[in-house]
Design a protein around this ligand. Sequence first.
Ligand code: S5P
Length: 257
Amino acid sequence: MKSLSYTDRIPYCSNPVAKNLLKIMDEKKTNLCFNPDVTKSSELLRLTKLVAPYICTLKTHIDVLEDFTPSVTNELKKLAKEHNFLIFEDRKFADIGNTVKLQYEKGVYQIANWADITNAHVVAGPGTIKGLEAIGKPKQRALLLLAEMSSEGNLATGSYTKNALKMAEDHSDFCIGFIAMKKISDDPKFLHLTPGVKKEIGTDKLGQKYKTPRSVIFENQSDVIIVGRGIYQAEDPAKEAKEFAKLGFNAYLERLS
Ligand code: S5P
């Protein structure tokens, strides 16, 4: 079957965030999502500014910041607008619907007010999605489900992954796709984002497993590479981000041809 371009897939999507992400990827010629998992706001903003031209999405773990104030997320929103990328808070919600509603909208971080995308585990069942949807849909937000994980020994396999796919299909106006290691659905409206990406295959000391951009995008048919340490621990993060963006996008072009 011929592979569709990101732009070709836009008409299949009902969610505005999914449409926008697909548009940005072809426009900016990048399928790179960068996660600077750093603990100081100034460092988060510095790294984001450096890589902004080369990314389609910035992935945050806002709760690891030691000096969080709402001005950080305001700054990120400004940068996102200026440089045309989306913000994805990797919150991995996993509780019952009523609790995730509160965690998504309230508390210190008020994630629903600034993150275009967030994600959830499906372990608690569809109530998690319904709770997040009640807050996120009116704000034109989007959700990714963790259908598979990159870490050694994880339990998101087999029927768990199949159930995640079914839950996304049942809520496809709000669920725009998956965190997964490979394409798990042929439906062109679903996006697949894959973490555990470095230039060489390998592992870290805590069970993270790394694949290369080409194996993720070309061989495993995923859509977006998620790169953290491979970029922010490099001597020149901007140069590295540019290179990852090129590797990821070339693998996508190879898939199209
Ligand atoms: O299965 C997963 C899902 C996620 S979202 N494995 C992951 O590593 N992640 C996230 O991707 C993780 O929380 C981290 O922020 C990023 C990988 O970072 P890196 O430094 O290993 O590239």
